[in-house]
Design a protein around this ligand. Structure first.
Ligand code: KG4
Ligand code: ZN
Length: 338
């Protein structure tokens, strides 16, 4: 048996543990317990409930990988950004394992993990331009190397995932909203409602979703009782405006940035309508479109382990004291991921 890295992810509502071969990148085990059902009745993630569910799920998952303990050479854990009470559960477990097995520990930024979800069981191909679209973030990031990831654009209010979830809630469709909206939109008329494309006239390279979300809310109120077809048409028209917004702002970056590789990462990158729009844009700009395997678009520990391997190879370890849940900072364009 080869040398393995153990990774733990608990930043939101997925408890996940993975074991990855440090040298071949092969994923030996990937375990995940999602809490979607438990949060569904609340229409979104309830932090205290998430934390309690992690406290039950993580030890159960760990039990399954105990036979591999002698082969584990390091432990990587998500420390930020995310729900602090949820992150805390993973961090405590990682510290306990690092102490018990006397192995190095690596704190991982969840967003860097999403970027490395592109390279699960693969060599990395950098530099890379990426659009990170998740439940908490919407950013364009220039990735030069594992330690140099610069934000080129960010949202000034909500994230794209959040907008999908909120519109789904307005339509009483359930949580998480993204996959449900995408499915409904396939049967909808995207030209029925002319929702405004955010910041369309602004030269700013930034994202904004709250105006679009409000326009959808007003439309729903104006319609009164909604038929299923109304919902489908709203979903399609909303998705169309989101894609137009993402494409318009990304195009501005593409015009001045010559990095060849481009990828969409984060939960929303599962959306094929958005992916197809970007595939076309990449063709137009002669860029290579890299895709995340659908199994790893949402939160998972495999991506944390994959980034952890980069840190392991660079011998960038943290002391046990350094490994703390970090408060979520609102990063601006020009900042680097920490
Ligand atoms: O990356 P992720 O799993 O968790 C965070 O780090 O936030 O992203 C979750 C988000 C949710 O808002 C969910 O609705 C959205 O990703 N999502 C989608 C799709 N699948 C998941 N949004 C649009 N279309 C999808 N197919
Ligand atoms: Zn995530």
């Amino acid at each position: 048996m080869n040398e393995l890295i153990l990774s733990i992810e608990s930043s939101c509502d997925d408890s996940s543990i993975a074991l990855t071969d440090i040298h071949s990148y092969k994923l030996i085990k990937h375990l995940k317990l999602s809490q979607e059902k438990e949060h569904q009745i609340y229409g979104g993630v309830v932090p205290e409930l998430a934390s309690r569910l992690h406290a039950v799920a993580l030890p159960k998952l760990l039990e399954k990988i105990k036979p591999f303990f002698p082969h584990i050479k390091a432990v990587a854990v998500t420390t930020h950004p995310g729900l602090s009470v949820s992150l805390h559960e993973g961090v405590i477990m990682a510290k306990t394992i690092a102490t018990f097995l006397n192995i190095p520990i690596i704190g991982v930024n969840h967003l860097k993990g999403h970027i490395y979800s592109l390279f699960i069981e693969k060599e990395s191909s950098l530099p890379l331009l990426t659009l990170l679209v998740s439940g908490g973030h919407t950013q364009i990031i220039e990735v030069q190397n594992p330690n140099k990831m610069k934000i080129l654009a960010t949202t000034i209010d909500d994230s794209v995932g959040e907008a999908f979830d909120k519109v789904a809630k307005m339509l009483h469709l359930g949580y998480p909203g993204g996959p449900i909206i995408e499915k409904l939109a396939r049967q909808g008329n995207e030209n029925r409602f002319n929702f405004p494309v955010p910041l369309q006239k602004s030269p700013q390279i930034a994202f904004s979703l709250s105006g679009l979300k409000n326009a959808v809310r007003l439309q729903i109120e104006a319609l009164g009782k909604l038929s299923l077809q109304d919902k489908k048409d709203i979903a399609a028209s909303f998705q169309k405006a989101i894609l137009a917004h993402l494409l318009q702002k990304s195009k501005k970056v593409f015009k001045t940035n010559s990095i060849k590789n481009f990828a969409i990462v984060g939960g929303v990158s599962a959306n094929s309508y958005i992916k197809n729009g970007f595939k076309k844009l990449c063709k137009e700009f002669n860029k290579e479109f890299l895709e995340v395997d659908l199994a790893f678009t949402s939160d998972n520990a495999a991506m944390i382990g994959r980034y952890g391997i980069e840190m392991y190879k660079l011998k960038q370890f943290n002391s046990l004291d350094e490994i703390q849940v970090k408060p979520t900072k609102r990063l601006q364009s020009g900042d680097f991921l920490d």
